[in-house]
Design a protein around this ligand. Structure first.
Ligand SMILES: Nc1ncnc2c1ncn2[C@@H]1O[C@H](COP(=O)(O)OP(=O)(O)OP(=O)(O)O)[C@@H](O)[C@H]1O
Length: 223
């Protein structure tokens, strides 16, 4: 279980997040929405241990984000907005490189399976000739090498075609509903949010989003 308790984040005098409070259980998929600059990425970075909250606490499986940081990190798969992979390497070489940096050892067969489960079959192809959608899939596959229980994804399907988007969403649904992963996902695509997420968290109280969210039949939390 992920428990986020009364998180506030300030940069100097600017308050970006205020009193964010929610929990996630195994198998939950939560969508994070809000206007540009609302604080979605900031919240994801806090949950990925890359930023610290100014006020508030976070626990994952009853472990503290402050005291048990090393253990917590092993449980987190963070997919940032920017793609960070080696363009000159093949898919296989990228997967092997990041496996070496990971705390879990994986065989080539296991690494390849992570890719094929995402419908990424170009194992020996250099990344520089892959499409944008394929690169996004590889970026995600790398973040999941160590079998994290909490997946944090910052706009993972931005700028990719409908087919790849659908494949990525199918993959994430499987990860949550069959393997019990917890997923927090940001997107500006409301159809995708409706299709994929059990609950929606709206950051920033922007009236446009608040009104839009009233139309969808999901549990909505507004901060
Ligand atoms: N390191 C930082 N120092 C100061 N201000 C920051 C820092 N990181 C983010 N901010 C500010 O915090 C606010 C929230 O930014 P954030 O990137 O979390 O928004 P977002 O909701 O993810 O936006 P987008 O939809 O455009 O990705 C912005 O005003 C941003 O300028």
């Amino acid at each position: 279980m992920l428990k986020v308790s009364q998180i506030t984040k300030r940069y100097r005098k600017k308050t970006v997040l205020e009193n964010i409070d929610f929990t996630l259980q195994s198998g939950d998929i939560v969508g994070l929405v809000g206007e540009n600059g609302a604080g979605k990425s900031t919240l994801l970075k806090i949950l990925a241990t890359l930023e610290k909250p100014t006020v508030g606490t976070v626990t994952l499986h009853d472990k503290s984000y402050i005291k048990d940081r090393r253990e917590i990190r092993k449980q987190i798969g963070f997919v940032p907005q920017d793609i960070a992979i080696w363009e000159e390497f093949t898919v296989a070489e990228n997967m092997r490189y990041f496996e070496k940096l990971s705390w879990k050892n994986k065989t080539d067969t296991q690494l390849q399976k992570i890719c094929t489960d995402m419908n990424l079959f170009e194992w020996n192809t250099p990344v520089k000739v892959l499409s944008g959608g394929m690169k996004r899939k590889l970026n995600m596959a790398i973040s999941f090498i160590h079998d994290p229980s909490l997946l944090l994804l910052d706009e993972p399907t931005v700028g990719i075609d409908l087919k790849s988007k659908k494949e990525i969403n199918q993959y994430l649904l499987h990860q949550a509903k069959h393997l019990g992963k917890m997923i927090i996902y940001t997107s500006h695509d409301m159809d995708e949010i409706v299709h994929l997420c059990d609950r929606v968290i709206c950051i920033g109280k922007d009236p446009f989003y608040v009104e839009l969210l009233k139309e969808i039949k999901k549990e909505i939390i507004v901060f």
